[in-house]
Design a binder for this molecule. Sequence first.
Ligand code: FJE
Ligand code: FE
Length: 306
Amino acid sequence: MPEREDSCAVRDSRQVVKKFLARPQHEGVGAIVRRSIGRFELKYFDPFLALDEFSVTAPAGFPDHPHRGFETVTYMLQGAVLHEDFEGHKGTIGAGDVQWMTAGRGIVHSEMPAAQGTQKGLQLWINLSSKHKMVEPRYQEIASKDIAEASIDGVKVRVIAGEALGAKSPVYTITPTMYLDFTLKPGAKLRQPIPASWNAFVYVLEGEGGFGSATKAVVTASAHHLLLLSNGGGGDGLEAWNKSLKPVRFVLVGGEPLGEPVAQLGPFVMNTEEEIDRTVDDFENFVNGFENARHWRSESGISLGF
Ligand code: FJE
Ligand code: FE
């Protein structure tokens, strides 16, 4: 039995059920990504389709390519990315900024380095339910200075989506999602609630942390490791701590599973193969949301070949 319950306490923590090291691989044109979710051993972690820790240095990048049926969340860690889309939406995503892009029925865009040196960040792909796959495309952009932050007892959080330590994000998530960037000083400990039934994972960015239940199995993880958290075992949140001598930084991401079939062809994610065939037709014929793709080219002027 828990000793006491206060509103934001975690009674029994979720366990780490799987740990992966995300190794570097080539993506886009000359870019390197460490893909954790989305690689063949972990094709889908409902509702998450992909998590890439990317690293791009000009002239490498992600030139003109389409998306349909999901959202991409780009969170910059270092440097900047120039984003241009086929409706003339254009801007720079700088260090600490978030671009929450609902591709919905269709976006064609390019994502290219916008600064000297190496640009680094995380890109998360969140699936949309069948009801929302064909919504109008939409952007939610939050500059670094506007991201809600809180610090308590050696724990700092930047709230990309959802809420933590009393700080709340303005982002509207179509698929209910939480996305928290935590930094724990040496000696700090964290208990973060996660809604029951949501799938959740941790991805470590820097340093080394302990995750799971202090009384049960403890998993230690360092940079570039993905930890899948248990779901359905009664645990109601994450317990994490830093027993090292340096800060540990990680993101905690959770989402409500959709429980729907997934049919994917690269950047197109639908429910059935028939819908994928229709999407390829729409893209090739510049219809049903891809009208502007007929004449549009980004300034980089090359295409990924979709
Ligand atoms: C894509 C190949 C790609 N991860 N991380 C195929 F490279 C891409 C793509 C990205 C991407 C872009 C950024 Cl800024 C960060 C990424 C893959 O653009 F979408 C498909 N389908
Ligand atoms: Fe893209």
